[in-house]
Design a protein around this ligand. Sequence first.
Ligand SMILES: Cc1cc2nc3c(=O)[nH]c(=O)nc-3n(C[C@H](O)[C@H](O)[C@H](O)COP(=O)(O)O)c2cc1C
Ligand SMILES: [Ca+2]
Ligand SMILES: [Mg+2]
Length: 176
Amino acid sequence: MDQKQFEKIRAVFDRSGVALTLVDMSLPEQPVVLANPPFLRMTGYTEGQILGFNCRFLQRGDENAQARADIRDALKLGRELQVVLRNYRANDEPFDNLLFLHPVGGRPDAPDYFLGSQFELGRSGNSEEAAAAGHAGALTGELARIGTVAARLEMDSRRHLAQAAAALVRAWERRG
Ligand SMILES: Cc1cc2nc3c(=O)[nH]c(=O)nc-3n(C[C@H](O)[C@H](O)[C@H](O)COP(=O)(O)O)c2cc1C
Ligand SMILES: [Ca+2]
Ligand SMILES: [Mg+2]
């Protein structure tokens, strides 16, 4: 990916109302190279504390074994994924994170980057599904601005992501 495209992504990140992270897939540690203000507010970290680290710094212990296996598969195959993880803020407060992952740049099976968007579950009362679908819609707009979703597919993608997010919210609400 050239510098111009990277700067375009940075501009989208800086203006977005949803939490966004960009991870460099060319490095073995898969470190965060961009994190925007909503992500920093959600997690309580400063940019300087997290740039260069793998996003698993948000996890503790072995709570997310299945989700992590699913993520590793998606990253290996260059595929998008929506998944729920137990995460912890810098002050150790736990929260449930509905994470959206999307390949960005490079070849379809070997993307240069992955974009992550984090939606905090449990803050929207009985409209959690609608809030997650709204997040998915805003995220689709950002992906279209970056060029990851083709303009002609934006509506389809928005519907697809909103449905996936709503299904995960329903499963999360039924959790034991
Ligand atoms: C772009 C991107 C964003 C991610 N965001 C989060 C996150 O917000 N919370 C989290 O627990 N893991 C997140 N991850 C997943 C971890 O970085 C890691 O891939 C996952 O834990 C599986 O690998 P591991 O089993 O080696 O830890 C993200 C991954 C990528 C590529
Ligand atoms: Ca930044
Ligand atoms: Mg871990």
